[in-house]
Design a binder for this molecule. Structure first.
Ligand SMILES: Nc1ncnc2c1ncn2[C@@H]1O[C@H](COP(=O)(O)OP(=O)(O)OP(=O)(O)O)[C@@H](O)[C@H]1O
Length: 440
């Protein structure tokens, strides 16, 4: 069973039998199903910020396991429950224009945490949502999995619809686009397909990299893109990589995707991970000590989806132990399994060089040039120091990687080692670099 309304209809039938009528009418009946995406199901509770968050808290603490087990009975799958409520900046779940747009109201700018890793993409997204087709058309957001691309692209749509009621927005993915195109050809409804995609004010296309291997869909999307662009409509695209690095993507699409702004999202740094965790915890109404939040931020470094997963695990353990206060012991128990299964990166000197160059925003390969200016020499010494500390490599093999002799490496390592003991800022930089180097 795939349709969210069918699933929820069956789940509520079961819940009605298992709960008292008063509890069912108060807590379950007002819930609106939003979507099933991947391993999670999203439901929306009524109320604004205050009442909505109370409703959500009640569902998550008291009824979560009951709802999740009914969902499992109905779908045969374990789906994570995600509950949203209607904020001022989110569109209403039952608004017909919203339904046509296929947007999920839970993705807003309000709940998107901005850090060094995503500030360009967030600022450009907001600019596009405020004044579409003005500055950046198309806006192309790219970055690794679980870093917030879907969140941002949908926040653009939600913001735009809230501020421009009556305008038409369409959120789709390249896979959905292809699937609907194939159906349209089979059922001879090509014109409907074109009307749907070419007459909107704002087209949001997620995961555009999957178009690359589908010739027919690329051809159709090329014409969709042109029709919208020429009509002065905004297009926003997301991908896991740059257009120029997408194999099999037609050149004419590559050039079009590059016409506006290319904005990247990088994995969140430590500060941003902390801020994201704190904001997600605020939504949950559980008490966490600062040291527990730091423990999670230090250990889960890959992406925001994994951070959320870690938090959900901790909350699930808290649910089992029927407590609202999270202890360090509970957090460690909850994360033990996932920490041991997280992919470990194969760390080499070249990984360290890459990360240090990225951190100091230096062009790739700068650390192994002959340049001796301080802006290159200092990061180079740090990279040598980290190579020695993390990998325990010999000075000679570090020297080979940096095209330097072994005494240069030895002096650099000695110098940074001394500085680290005196300079707390440098200690923090090195901690952050080591975290970046270790994450996959
Ligand atoms: N900066 C952020 N602030 C708050 N939540 C975030 C942030 N970035 C990501 N998230 C959350 O992390 C989860 C994963 O994000 P999202 O689905 O947008 O990633 P993605 O880049 O589209 O991944 P994929 O390429 O795998 O589809 C979502 O629940 C999203 O709300």
């Amino acid at each position: 069973m795939e349709n969210i309304n069918d699933i929820w209809g069956n789940v509520t039938k079961q819940l009605r039998d298992e709960m008292s009528t008063v509890a069912f009418d108060t807590w379950i009946k007002p819930i609106k199903p939003v979507e099933v995406a991947g391993d999670s199901i999203t439901l929306c509770v009524p109320g604004g910020l205050q009442k909505g968050s109370l409703n959500k808290s009640m569902i998550m603490t008291k009824y979560r396991s009951l709802i999740e087990s009914s969902i499992k009975n109905v779908t045969g799958k374990s789906l994570d429950l995600d509950v949203c409520f209607e904020t001022n900046s989110g569109v209403q779940a039952d608004d017909p224009i919203k339904q046509e747009s296929a947007l999920n109201p839970k993705y807003t700018f309000d709940n998107f945490i901005v850090g060094n890793n995503n500030n360009l993409a967030q600022a450009a997204s907001l600019a596009v949502a405020e004044t579409p087709a003005h500055k950046y058309n198309p806006l192309f957001i790219y970055g690794g999995s679980g870093l917030g691309k879907t969140h941002l692209i949908q926040a653009i749509g939600n913001f735009y619809l809230t501020n421009n009621p009556g305008k038409r927005v369409l959120y789709t993915t390249s896979e959905k686009f292809t699937y609907e195109l194939v159906n349209a050809i089979r059922e001879k409804t090509n014109q409907d397909f074109r009307n749907k995609h070419r007459t909107v004010d704002l087209l949001l296309m997620d995961d555009v990299q999957f178009l690359a291997t589908k010739e027919l869909a690329q051809e159709e999307f090329f014409h969709t893109f042109n029709a919208l662009y020429e009509a002065g409509k905004q297009i926003v695209l997301t991908s896991d990589r740059l257009p120029s690095e997408t194999p099999h993507l037609a050149d004419r699409l590559k050039t079009r995707f590059q016409m506006g702004l290319l904005a990247d999202i990088q994995p969140p740094d430590y500060e941003t991970r902390l801020a994201i965790l704190k904001s997600k915890i605020e939504d949950e109404y559980f008490t966490f000590d600062e040291e527990i939040v730091e423990y999670v931020a230090n250990n889960i470094t890959s992406n925001v989806r994994d951070l959320e997963g870690a938090l959900k695990r901790i909350l699930a353990y808290a649910g089992i132990e029927r407590t609202n206060t999270i202890s360090m012991e509970l957090a460690q128990k909850a994360l033990k399994e996932i920490l041991s299964t997280l992919p470990q990166r194969n760390i080499t000197i070249s990984v360290i060089i890459d990360e240090v160059e990225k951190y100091y925003r230096l062009p790739k390969g700068s650390l192994i040039t002959k340049k001796r200016s301080n802006d290159i020499a200092y990061p180079r010494h740090i990279a040598m120091y980290i190579s020695r500390v993390i990998l325990d490599e010999s000075y000679a093999s570090i020297g080979d990687a940096f095209k330097r002799d072994h005494s240069t490496v030895m002096n650099a390592v000695k110098k940074i080692k001394k500085m680290v003991t005196e300079d707390t800022e440098l200690q923090e930089i090195i901690n952050e670099l080591v975290t970046n180097i270790k994450k996959d």
